[in-house]
Design a protein around this ligand. Structure first.
Ligand SMILES: Nc1nc2c(c(=O)[nH]1)N[C@H]1C(S)=C(S)[C@@H](COP(=O)(O)OP(=O)(O)OC[C@H]3O[C@@H](n4cnc5c(=O)[nH]c(N)nc54)[C@H](O)[C@@H]3O)O[C@H]1N2
Ligand SMILES: Nc1nc2c(c(=O)[nH]1)N[C@H]1C(S)=C(S)[C@@H](COP(=O)(O)OP(=O)(O)OC[C@H]3O[C@@H](n4cnc5c(=O)[nH]c(N)nc54)[C@H](O)[C@@H]3O)O[C@H]1N2
Ligand SMILES: [Mo]
Length: 764
C-alpha cells in the first residue's frame, strides 16, 4: 500500500499463488493447440459466431488492423484467416461482453478494486461511460462528456505554465488521433509527450538514426522471404509476433538460414507449425539453424566476436566483407577494426558464454552470405547499453553490405500496433524544427521550441511536483513504467489524472487527487458519425500506411472515438480562441489526414492511397541515401562491451512477457511454450545457481534490487529450474516493475533497464 495519500491503494493487488503446474518446455509454436486456445478465448468473451465472423475480417484489406502487434500483412492474406493466437486473444479482450459501468463503480471502490490481481481487473470488462473520481472520494461517479471536458480545461488553465502538464501516448492510437493529440499539445504549449516507445524501441530509434539516418527498419516483408540469413536477436516471435513465423518459414523454404540469439531457447524459434496452412499444420518446419545462447546483455561481446573472426578471415583474403559497399557508403571502417583489436577472442568468448565451436559455425555461415537481415526487439533495447546493441547490429550489416538490396537490412520488430505511426505523425518529446515550421505554416500557431519530458523524466517531474496534470491517450502508465512505488507516488501527487481508455486497468486506480475515465472505441468497433462509417489509418512495423475500419457494434452508445475526444478537450480549452477549429477537426478524419499530408513528408494523397494494401513511407536506407549523415555516409560505431558490477550472490534479471499477456493486460495465467501453467509469480533459474544458493525447486523467495543504496523488493515468487545461462534469471513484467529503479536507464535513449536488473533472491 502507498500510505501517504488520500486513498489506500494497493499497487500490486493482494499477492497470492494461483497453483503452478510445470510441464516440459515446448519445441513447437502454434499449430492446432494455437487455434484451439485462440478460439477458446474469443468464444468465451464474445460468443462463437461473432468471434469467427470478426476474426475473418482481421488484417484483411476491408477489415480492421489487429491491435496485437505491428507485424505487416502479406499482399495476399491467407484464406484461412490472417491472424494468430495472440491476435485472437487481443480481439477477445477488446470485444468482450463484460462491462465496467456506473453500477460497477458504485459497487466497488477504487480501494477495493486495487486489491484485485491485474488479471481480474482486466477481466472486469469494457469501460462504458465517462466517470469522475472526485477529490477525497473512493468511488468513481458518472459525469457527462461535457462536464469531463470542462474539468480538464479548467485544470489546464490553472497551471502556472504549460510544462506542468504531461501528455502520455500508448501505441494503439491511429495516425489521426496521434496527430491531432500532438497538434493540441503543441498548441497548448509544451513538448511533454512521453510515449510507450520511450520504454520500448527508443534505443532502436536513436541507434538507427545516428548510424543510418532513419529511426525505422529498412526491410519489407518480402525481403524476409528472400534473405539468405535472418538473425533474430532478443526477440520471442512465437509469443509476441506469431505472424512473423510464417515469414521465417518462407525464408527457410527458399533455402535461407535462421540464427537466433537469445538466453532462452524460445519455442517459436525452434519449430513452427503454421496454423494457417494445412501442410504446415501437419508437418511443421524446424526454424532455427543455430541458437546462440548468449548471456543476458552480452550481445555486444557476441557481435564483436563474430565480427572479429570475420575480419580475420577477410584479412586472409577470403572476401568476407563487401569492400565496395564499405568504400562507397560508409564512414569509420578503420576505427571499427581498431576497436575490434582491443578485445581478445578469449575475453569476448567468456563474456558471451557460448562455446567456440558454435561461434565458428556461425562465422562460417555469415562469411559466405550477403543477404542478411537482423530482426530484434526488447532483448536488445531495454539495457543500459541498448543503443550500443543496435549499433553493433548495424556494424555487422555494413561490413557485409547487407543494406539497400533485396533480402537484406534492419528489422526492429515493433510492439504496439501503431507505435511507429504515432511517432511518424509527431508524438515525441524532442523538437523537430522542420515540423514546427510546417505546423506554423499550415495551422497558424508557433509550437514550443523547448525539449519536453520523456517517460522517466515525466515520472520524476510529477514526483517533484513540477508537473501536476497527467493525461494518457491509452496505455497503463502506472503498471508499465519502472519503479511502481515511486511512480505511484508521482501520479498521486498530481491534481488531475485523465485516462482515455478501452479497458479498466491499474492506472484508473492509482490516480491524482481528481481523476477522469474517458471511454473510447476500440480498433475492432464501428466508428459511425452522422450515418457514415469512418476509417482510420495506421503504419506497420515496415513503414507501410494503410486503413483500418472496425466491424463490430460499439460496446456502449456513450463511447467516443479518440479524435472526437481530443478535439473536444482542445475545444473546451481554447473555447474558439485559436487558429484551429478543434471541434471540427476532431470530427473530420479526412481533414486531419489532409493536415498530416500538409505537414509530414510522404503522406501526400493519404486519403486515397491508404486504400487496399496501402503505401510505403519514404526510407533513405532503402535508397542507400545517407546524405543527411556526417560526410554523407552511413556510420560505423565503436561501442564498449557491457559491464555489470555484481557481488557473489547477485544475478542479472530480465523481465519478459508470458505467452498469455499483452504488456500489462493479462489474458490468462499460462506460459504454454515454456511449460509454465496457472502461475505468473515464477523465476526461471539455472540449476547450478539454485545449487550454489541452496534453493529448492518451487522454493518461495523475494526478488530484491539495491541501486544507490535503495532496496526495492517484489514479494513471493516460486523458483523454477530452467535452461537459462548461469548467473541469469527471468521473471514476468509487470509484477517485477517494483524493483526496477526509475533513475537507471539506457544511455542516449533513456529506456528503463527492464532486461538487465541486478537482483538477489532472498528466501522468505
Ligand atoms: N502476445 C503479445 N504480443 C506482443 C506483446 C505482448 O505483451 N504480448 N507486446 C508487444 C510489445 S509492446 C512489444 S515491445 C513486443 C515485445 O516483443 P519481445 O521483445 O519479443 O518481448 P519480450 O518478452 O520482452 O522478449 C524479449 C526476448 O528477448 C530475450 N532477451 C532478454 N534479454 C536479452 C539479452 O540481453 N540478449 C538477447 N539476445 N536476448 C534477450 C528474452 O529471452 C525474450 O525471448 O511484443 C509486442 N507484441
Ligand atoms: N519490466 C518491464 N516493463 C515494461 C516492459 C518490459 O519488457 N519489462 N515493456 C515496455 C514496453 S515494450 C511497452 S510498449 C510498455 C507498454 O506500456 P503501455 O502501452 O502503457 O501499456 P499497455 O499494457 O499496452 O496498455 C494497456 C491499456 O491500454 C488501453 N487500450 C487498449 N487499446 C486501446 C485503444 O485502442 N485506445 C485507447 N485509448 N486505449 C486502449 C487499455 O485500457 C489497456 O488496459 O510497457 C513497458 N514496460
Ligand atoms: Mo513495446
Amino acid at each position: 500500500m502507498s500510505k501517504t495519500f488520500q486513498r489506500n491503494i494497493s499497487l500490486t493487488g493482494t499477492i497470492n499463488f494461483t497453483g503452478l503446474k510445470l510441464t516440459k518446455a515446448k519445441e513447437y509454436a502454434a499449430g492446432v493447440p494455437g487455434i484451439k486456445v485462440a478460439l477458446q478465448h474469443s468464444f468465451k468473451e464474445m460468443g462463437g459466431l461473432e468471434a469467427l465472423n470478426t476474426l475473418s475480417k482481421m488484417n484483411q484489406k476491408e477489415g480492421f488492423d489487429c491491435s496485437g502487434c505491428a507485424w505487416p500483412d502479406p499482399e495476399e492474406p491467407s484464406k484461412l484467416g490472417e491472424y494468430c493466437e495472440n491476435g485472437a486473444k487481443a480481439l477477445a479482450e477488446e470485444a468482450t461482453y463484460e462491462k465496467v459501468d456506473a453500477n460497477f463503480f458504485k459497487e466497488h471502490s477504487v480501494e477495493e478494486i486495487s486489491t484485485w490481481s491485474d488479471f481480474k481487473i482486466g477481466k472486469s470488462g469494457r469501460l462504458t461511460s465517462p466517470m469522475v473520481l472526485k477529490e477525497g472520494s473512493v468511488n468513481y461517479e458518472p459525469i457527462s462528456w461535457e462536464g469531463a471536458f470542462e474539468i480538464i480545461a479548467e485544470e489546464l488553465h490553472l497551471l502556472n505554465n504549460p510544462d506542468e502538464a504531461i501528455f502520455y501516448t500508448s501505441g494503439r492510437s491511429s495516425n489521426e488521433a496521434a496527430f491531432l493529440y500532438g497538434l493540441f499539445v503543441r498548441a497548448f504549449g509544451t513538448n511533454n509527450m512521453p510515449d510507450c516507445s520511450n520504454m520500448c524501441h527508443e534505443s532502436s530509434g536513436v541507434g538507427l538514426s545516428e548510424t543510418l539516418g532513419i529511426g525505422k527498419g529498412s526491410v519489407k516483408l518480402e525481403d524476409l522471404h528472400k534473405a539468405e540469413i535472418v538473425m533474430v536477436i532478443g526477440q520471442n516471435p512465437g509469443t509476441n509476433h506469431p505472424r512473423m513465423l510464417s515469414a521465417l518459414e518462407a525464408c527457410k523454404n527458399n533455402g535461407g538460414k535462421i540464427i537466433s540469439i537469445n538466453p532462452l531457447a524460445e519455442a517459436g524459434l525452434i519449430r513452427f507449425k503454421d496454423p494457417q496452412s494445412i501442410k504446415g499444420l501437419i508437418k511443421g518446419t524446424s526454424l532455427t539453424d543455430i541458437h546462440l545462447q548468449v548471456k543476458i546483455n552480452q550481445d555486444v561481446a557476441l557481435l564483436k566476436l563474430l565480427m572479429k573472426k570475420l575480419a580475420a578471415l577477410d584479412a586472409k583474403g577470403e572476401l568476407v566483407f563487401d569492400h565496395d559497399f564499405i568504400h562507397t557508403y560508409t564512414n569509420g571502417y578503420e576505427s571499427l577494426l581498431s576497436d575490434l583489436d582491443m578485445y581478445s577472442e578469449d575475453t569476448l568468448l567468456e563474456l558471451c558464454g557460448i562455446e567456440e565451436g558454435i561461434i565458428n559455425e556461425t562465422v562460417h555461415l555469415l562469411a559466405k552470405k550477403s543477404k542478411i537481415i537482423i530482426c530484434w526487439a526488447m532483448g536488445l533495447t531495454q539495457h543500459k547499453n541498448g543503443v550500443a546493441n543496435v549499433k553493433e547490429c548495424v556494424n555487422l550489416l555494413l561490413l557485409k553490405g547487407s543494406l539497400g538490396k533485396p533480402g537484406a537490412g534492419t528489422c526492429p520488430v515493433r510492439g504496439h500496433s501503431n507505435v511507429q505511426g504515432d511517432r511518424t505523425v509527431g508524438i515525441m518529446h524532442h523538437v523537430s524544427p522542420k515540423l514546427n515550421t510546417t505546423i506554423e505554416n499550415v495551422f497558424g500557431f508557433k509550437p514550443p521550441t523547448e525539449e519536453g519530458l520523456d517517460t522517466v523524466h515525466a515520472i520524476k517531474a510529477m514526483h517533484e511536483k513540477k508537473a501536476k496534470i497527467f493525461i494518457a491517450l491509452g496505455g497503463n502508465f502506472a503498471s508499465a513504467v519502472a519503479d511502481t512505488q515511486y511512480t505511484a507516488e508521482a501520479l498521486q501527487e498530481c491534481n488531475l489524472t485523465v485516462q482515455i481508455s478501452t479497458k479498466l486497468n491499474r492506472s484508473h486506480l492509482i490516480t491524482g487527487k481528481k481523476a477522469l475515465i474517458l471511454p473510447t472505441l476500440g480498433r475492432s468497433e464501428k466508428d459511425v458519425k452522422e450515418g457514415n462509417a469512418r476509417f482510420l489509418t495506421v503504419e506497420n512495423s515496415m513503414g507501410k500506411v494503410h486503413r483500418t475500419k472496425g466491424v463490430l457494434a460499439p460496446k456502449s452508445d456513450e463511447l467516443k472515438s479518440e479524435p472526437d475526444i481530443i478535439g473536444s478537450i482542445a475545444h473546451a480549452y481554447f473555447k474558439g480562441n485559436h487558429s484551429v477549429d478543434w471541434k471540427h477537426l476532431g470530427a473530420d478524419y479526412g481533414a486531419i489526414r489532409d493536415g498530416i499530408a500538409a505537414t509530414i513528408s510522404g503522406f501526400k494523397g493519404i486519403n486515397e492511397k491508404s486504400e487496399g494494401a496501402g503505401f510505403y513511407l519514404p526510407n533513405n536506407v532503402r535508397e542507400l541515401d545517407f546524405s543527411k549523415l556526417p560526410n554523407g555516409k552511413a556510420q560505423f560505431s565503436s561501442c564498449p562491451v557491457a559491464e555489470h558490477q555484481m557481488k557473489g550472490n547477485e544475478l542479472l534479471l530480465m523481465t519478459i512477457r508470458s505467452h498469455d499477456q499483452f504488456n500489462t493486460t493479462i489474458y490468462g495465467l499460462d506460459d504454454r511454450y515454456r511449460g509454465i501453467h496457472n502461475e505468473r509469480r515464477i523465476i526461471l533459474m539455472n540449476q547450478a545457481d539454485m545449487e550454489f544458493q541452496q534453493l529448492a525447486k518451487l522454493e518461495v523467495v523475494d526478488l530484491v534490487s539495491n541501486y544507490d543504496d535503495i532496496e526495492r523488493r517484489a514479494e513471493q515468487f516460486l523458483i523454477v529450474p530452467y535452461n537459462i545461462p548461469k548467473g541469469n534469471i527471468a521473471a514476468y513484467f509487470p509484477e517485477t516493475n517494483m524493483i526496477i529503479p526509475y533513475n537507471h536507464f539506457a544511455d542516449f535513449s533513456n529506456t528503463p533497464i527492464s532486461k538487465s536488473v541486478i537482483v538477489r533472491v532472498e528466501k522468505r
